[in-house]
Design a protein around this ligand. Structure first.
Ligand SMILES: [Zn+2]
Length: 257
């Protein structure tokens, strides 16, 4: 979540084994403040991702590797802070367009770097989440940029957005992105219906109840529901809580098989 943030000049608390990293200082107030160094991909926090992919590629030649980049909306949250950026979407929409434009090349190029390092597909996480961003805002600010990213990245791209995204799945399914990774707040069958056969669907197994606190049988029951609904790739809905029992994660694959 924080690799690009660190490289773009945010301050990052790197967390602990049981605590996710978090950005602490958001350095920008307007589009002009965004400074992307020409050697940004040489920054240690960017290099480490490609190094990890290279090690995994060598060690596991027959396993699909998923890279990950963050889209312009999430990068703007890092650089401006969530609250300030969301206020700008209401008060200064033109400035928001300029900010998003300035932040769209980074994920496009970083995805290509990760493909070179061994990624087979790339996840594009861009948190235009349902309770903070309306579907019209998604359509007007982000939809054209997601279309561009889908075309610019030379492998299948999986978009991830948290929360209830049902109202924007019809837009997302018309970006040219290969797959949408979605949360359990959208029922699997509803997501399938909204996306039609325009893109693949991934995710949907509930994290806080099923994976963190449930049993392997609970996991298997949810996997069954996803299979019935026609979800293509079954997996956790979002970032897996760090203390999730491994047997519950293994139960996803076992149940799906
Ligand atoms: Zn998420």
């Amino acid at each position: 979540m924080q690799h690009e943030a660190d490289a773009l000049g945010c301050e990052v608390d790197w967390g602990r084994r049981d605590m996710m990293p978090d950005g602490t200082v958001h350095p920008c107030a307007c589009a002009e403040d965004i400074k992307i160094r020409v050697d940004v991909f040489g920054h240690p926090s960017m290099v480490v991702v490609c190094d990890a992919l290279r090690i995994l590629r060598e060690r596991y030649p027959h396993v699909a590797l998923v890279g990950k980049v963050f889209g312009p909306w999430t990068l703007a949250y890092h650089l401006f802070g969530v609250e300030r950026f969301l206020m700008m979407t209401l008060d200064e929409p033109d400035e928001v367009h300029r900010i998003l434009r300035a932040l769209t090349d980074l994920p496009a190029i970083y995805a290509q770097e990760q493909i070179k390092a061994g990624a087979d597909v790339v996840t594009l996480a861009d948190h235009a989440t349902g309770d903070l961003v309306s579907p019209e805002m998604y359509r007007d600010f982000l939809w054209p940029l997601h279309r561009e990213l889908a075309a610019a990245i030379s492998c299948p791209v999986i978009l991830h957005i948290c929360g209830d995204t049902a109202d924007r799945i019809p837009f997302i399914s018309r970006t040219g992105l290969a797959c949408f990774h979605f949360e359990s707040k959208v029922p699997a069958s509803k997501a399938r219906w909204l996306a039609g056969n325009r893109m693949s669907l991934m995710g949907n197994i509930n994290n806080p109840e099923t994976l963190l606190r449930g049993t392997p049988d609970d996991v298997a029951a949810e996997v069954e529901k996803c299979l019935q609904a026609g979800i293509d790739i079954i997996g956790p809905e979002c970032a897996v809580p760090l203390t999730t029992p491994t047997e519950n994660l293994q139960a996803i694959a076992q149940a799906a098989r």
